[in-house]
Design a protein around this ligand. Sequence first.
Ligand code: BDR
Ligand code: CA
Length: 319
Amino acid sequence: MSKRPVIIDCDPGHDDAIALLMALASDKLDVKGITTIAGNNTVEKTTINTLKILELTGMTHIPVAVGRRNPLMQTIQVANDVHGVSGMDGPELPDPITKPVDLSAVELIAKIVEESEEKVTLVAVGPFTNIGVFLLAYPHLHDKIECISLMGGGYYEGNRTALSEFNIWQDPEAARVVMRSGIPVLLHGLDVTHKALVKKDEFSIFREEKGPIFQFVADLLDFFAICYTGERKLEGCPMHDSCAIAHLIDPTLFTSYDAPIDIDLDGTLTRGACIVDLRPRERRDNPDNGKMVLDLDRKRFLNLIIDSCRKIESNLKNA
Ligand code: BDR
Ligand code: CA
């Protein structure tokens, strides 16, 4: 079976890092490029973190391109409170020696999509600025996008405001461009990602396995848990961004609903909220422009994370 070509747009980020490991390990996905975006931290820092992860995994052949420094209409507000001052605090990885390619994120996405014989899947797990700009600038390439698998938003809850989740709250205008593009969208919002936990008593699984990848994940979890099991009172760390990757590897892990999804831009209390119409198809006029993912099989999802780490450990040993 041929691998599905994907481009990952991300802002590592603890959960972004684990999502990248899963994609890099998978024999179902062919990671054609990684683009970085300002979100959890500045784009300079999220790029450094991305390069560190590729060097750790020995996958430096994958091109990395630097994305937009700010959302379309706002100024970036980094998430030091969740991800620390580096954007990926906890693990100690050497400064990268590799460099990003000499193209912008949007140019790299366009080049890969243009040159690909197959349709390409986009994964976006940071603010959607790069993807929004790409869609606006290259309308003739929309037909070559298979789907966009996103982490963002939510049906019942937000995390930066009552109804707005971080990735959409940073750049609601770009999120609206993505949702209204007509391209199939798989939206993994907080409803599902807050169930996609590695629980505190499961951290030892990673700590006890030997090897640099397991230790990297164990260090990520320890730091990420400070915010999530502290102030946010979850039972463990939510693997938000891994959902967008895991769904492409094994869709049977998730429960989704067909639904039109739009983004509110103007509400005093609801700017950046996902407006999702889950009423039956016959009761609404809008077309189905997306799938809202609301649930998952947590145990099998956790096993997929563990298997992904094992796979990269084994690749490193055999290199
Ligand atoms: C999202 O925001 C970031 O903190 C995470 O990496 C994830 O993409 C969760 O709201
Ligand atoms: Ca992210």
